[in-house]
Each structure stands twice: as structure tokens, then as C-alpha cells.
Design a protein. Structure first.
Length: 92
């Protein structure tokens, strides 16, 4: 698996869908289905949006919103981590 780093800049909640982690891809790429492993828990990417368009893949340097399903209860947890670097694992 290839690790991809992501700088978390903001967090939003979409009722019934999950939370959106907004930020910048720092290396490699992030794809729908990849996993964020943070604080000993796994969260799967269910959507990626950049410049008001849905994408399958986000690459180095892109500013994107990443929809993470099933993480609604962790909204405040992620909100407190703005500015941190998160690591995603490719789902190959």
C-alpha cells in the first residue's frame, strides 16, 4: 500500500452522508475507497470534490473536500486536528 499525506484545513458535516475533510493532497494520490487510519480507527473515502466537481482521484497539490462516511460522531475530533497531516492508505 502507498501512503498519501493530506493537510487538514477544515471540517464540515453533511447530515446523513458523513463529514468532509477539506485540505491539500501533499503526495501521491487519494482515491475513492482509500482508507484514513487515524487514532486507531479506519474511515473509508466515499467521495472527493474539487472545484465543485466530483472526482475519483485527487493528486498532489490539489485542494479537495474528502467525504468520509461513518465518521459523523468524530466531527469534533477532526475539527480539533485542523492543520495536522493525515495519512491515507490506498485500497489496492
Amino acid at each position: 500500500m502507498i501512503d498519501t499525506q493530506f493537510k487538514l484545513e477544515d471540517v464540515f458535516s453533511i447530515e446523513g452522508r458523513g463529514i468532509v475533510l477539506a485540505g491539500t493532497v501533499l503526495g501521491n494520490q487519494i482515491s475513492i475507497g482509500d482508507e484514513l487510519i487515524f487514532d486507531n480507527e479506519k474511515y473509508r473515502i466515499s467521495g472527493i470534490e474539487a472545484k465543485n466537481q466530483m472526482k475519483q482521484i485527487a493528486t498532489t497539490g490539489e485542494n479537495v473536500g474528502i467525504l468520509v462516511a461513518g465518521a459523523e460522531l468524530k466531527y469534533n475530533f477532526f475539527k480539533q486536528r485542523k492543520g495536522q497531516i493525515l495519512t491515507f492508505k490506498a485500497n489496492n
